[in-house]
Ligand binder design. Structure first.
Ligand code: NAD
Length: 486
């Protein structure tokens, strides 16, 4: 039995504090009951956090360190998370809804970011540029300063870890705006920062309403760089605020990612991709495999297999699923669940067929059935708009060009996949799919090491991998005139 602390404060300038905007109830989506209360930051709290982060940045206490020393602290934060996984994972399950085994995977994934970017800290090297005998010229990379990071509710621990670890490794200080639905587990980043000896004010973590604290943070004139993960609508607001202050931002937005399943694909193996691709985290994954575009000759077999996968999953409170298995948890909130239900019933009204699931589950909590929809045409809303739930849209194609056209037919471009035994087809599809990452024969292939981000409305900039480091630093060129004396 996990007992959750009833009230959680914000962490500003090394001190736990109440929020100027009061408190918000955090619900357990598996029951609908209030789990705890979280302090809500107001504009003044945001101001204090930014000033604390700025003070630490300007002091040079972090940015002047030899990178290996910063790197060791960043790595130690990851180890701290792993050491406390038994405390963090249940709270994550209770606030977010995911099965306990998925929560443990998320904490391990978060720790992995700190390991990876801790390792990378001392690899951010400049280069020397030849200008002839009279000069010595070289580049160096400096942190931007205060990195503002606005976090979504679907992977609160992993998304914060992704940007926080890279920002600290490169010598930035950070203000994190946690999501209203799932703010609690972010507290462990504050505990970790203290435990590894980061200076007070280097990491600030506050929850607040998006349109208040989130907007104040992203428009703050002393924020030097912004990282945002969330919806397109909010991404546009944040990019606009960043533009007003002429600061760079990284946008990781939504997706409607498609797997193209060729006539020769191994459909038995593909069942595993379906299981992870659309039902992991109850489909609330930005790079979820929310569409499958299958060759017409394999359509019926694929639908039968997908239906079996969907029907094999037990949907229940995440705390009842400590071990990996065929189970799915609640969605994050009743509102998200109802939105998914609404999108499915709209699709049915315009001709979609429900091969599996299709409805909210009549049980307290935000549960939705694993759902497979068929009979779709590419122009239907359900085939274009992000459901952000456990709902797979199955479309079919007759020829290769059509498959690519359907895959590229939405405004998004976060991920894509191709499943085939034919290397030429795989390579051609990989080249033609307009998305930031393409998975061949395994959805979610890759890791912390591989760059991740979107084409089109899925955003810009890249997180993960070495690529992401360059979002957190700015280039300085130093040119030295050498006087001839010899
Ligand atoms: P959201 O955009 O509503 O909220 C994300 C965060 O932005 C929250 O912390 C929220 O408080 C804050 N926010 C809201 N309005 C704001 C404003 N005006 N100014 C500043 N901050 C504001 O998104 P969500 O509902 O939390 O997350 C779901 C969406 O996020 C989906 O579309 C999903 O695809 C996307 N997502 C993308 C990724 C990725 O890596 N690409 C990862 C997770 C989620």
């Amino acid at each position: 039995m996990t007992t959750v602390k009833l009230y959680w404060q914000n962490y500003i300038d090394g001190t736990w504090s109440d929020g100027g905007a009061g408190r918000i109830d955090v619900h357990n989506p598996a029951s609908g009951e209030v789990l705890a209360q979280q302090a809500l930051a107001d504009v003044a709290d945001v101001e204090r956090a930014v000033q604390a982060a700025r003070r630490v940045h300007l002091s040079g206490v972090l940015s002047d360190l030899r990178p290996v020393e910063r790197g060791r602290m960043v790595q130690a934060m990851g180890r701290y998370l792993l050491d406390h996984i038994d405390e963090i994972a249940p709270v994550l399950t209770l606030e977010q809804g995911k099965p306990l085994w998925e929560a443990r995977i998320e904490v391990e994934g978060a720790a992995r970011y700190f390991e990876y970017y801790g390792n990378q800290a001392e690899t951010v090297e400049g280069r020397s540029i030849p200008l002839g005998a009279g000069y010595c010229d070289f580049t160096s990379y400096e942190p931007f300063g205060v990195s503002a990071q606005v976090i979504p509710w679907n992977y609160p621990i992993e998304m914060t870890a992704r940007s926080l670890s890279a920002a600290l490794a490169t010598g930035n200080t950070v203000v994190i705006k946690t999501p209203e639905f799932t703010p609690l587990t972010n507290a462990w980043f504050a505990y970790a920062a203290e435990a590894v000896g980061l200076p007070k004010g280097a990491v600030n973590i506050l929850c607040g309403l998006g349109h208040e604290a989130g907007a104040a943070l992203s428009a703050h004139p002393q924020v030097n760089q912004i990282v945002f993960t969330g919806s397109v609508q909010t991404g546009v607001a944040i990019a606009t605020a960043a533009a007003q202050n002429v600061v760079p931002c990284v946008l990781e937005l939504g997706g409607k990612s498609a797997a193209i399943v060729h006539e020769d694909a191994d459909l038995e193996a593909f069942e595993n991709d379906l299981r992870w691709g659309i039902f992991f985290n109850a489909g609330q994954v930005c790079s979820a495999m929310s569409r499958v575009i299958v060759h017409a000759n394999r359509h019926d077999e694929l639908v039968e297999r997908a239906t079996n996968v969907a029907n094999s999953l037990t949907v229940r409170p995440g705390m009842e699923s400590p071990e990996f298995g065929p189970n799915m948890g609640a969605m994050v909130s009743h509102a998200q669940r109802d939105r998914a239900a609404g999108m499915v019933s709209e699709a049915v009204k315009v001709g979609a067929k429900v091969a599996a699931g299709g409805s909210a589950i009549d049980h307290p909590g935000a549960f939705f059935e694993p759902t497979i929809l068929t009979g779709l045409s590419p122009d239907m809303a359900i085939a274009n708009e992000e459901v952000f739930g456990p709902v797979l849209s199955v479309l079919s194609f007759e020829n290769d060009a059509q498959a690519i056209e359907i895959a590229n037919g939405t405004p998004y471009g976060l991920a894509g996949g191709v499943f085939t035994r034919d290397i030429d087809w795989a390579m051609q599809a990989a080249q033609k799919i307009r998305a930031g990452q393409v998975f061949v024969n395994e959805w979610y292939a890759g890791g912390v090491e591989t760059p991740f981000g979107g084409y089109g409305k899925s955003g810009y900039g890249r997180e993960k991998g070495r690529e992401a480091l360059w979002n957190y630093v700015q280039t300085k060129n130093i040119a030295i005139k050498i006087k001839g004396k010899i």
